[in-house]
Design a protein around this ligand. Structure first.
Ligand code: FES
Length: 127
């Protein structure tokens, strides 16, 4: 299993999209695009809501020992390659911090939050 996990909110939808069918929502389409293009490079994980609902689509990068990033405002049908390029940079970083100059524009504009790595004192829980 790849240590970088890319979480994709599959329930994100744009203001003009209907509630149903759920598998046609923007987030669901982005999830399909990412899984299609990522191959085995990253673990692409579908989640329902990252609490950034007003900025569809939303995605998060996470890995053991690294900062977690949350991004929003990602167009469903054109963001897969940009996100995978960003995930490559994230994977290559020691701590998850992607240098600003290297970061794709969509990830500069779309960053919502960064969360420090989990501090685990119980060594049996460390990855
Ligand atoms: S519905 Fe996607 S972040 Fe809430």
């Amino acid at each position: 299993m790849n240590s970088v996990q890319v979480y994709v909110c599959t329930t994100c939808r744009t203001a003009d999209e209907p509630l149903e069918p759920r598998d046609q929502r923007a987030g669901a389409r982005l999830f399909v695009a990412l899984t299609t293009h990522a191959g085995s490079s990253f673990e692409i994980i579908a989640v329902e809501c990252l609490s950034v609902c007003k900025k569809p689509c939303t995605v998060s990068f996470a890995a053991p020992g690294k900062w977690t990033y949350v991004y929003g405002d990602l167009p469903a049908d054109t963001s897969a390659h940009t996100l995978l390029a960003g995930a490559e940079l994230y994977a290559a970083s020691v701590d998850g911090l992607i240098p600003w100059k290297l970061r794709p524009d969509a990830l500069k504009k779309g960053v919502v939050a960064r969360v420090p790595p989990l501090q685990v004192s119980d060594t049996s829980l460390q990855g």
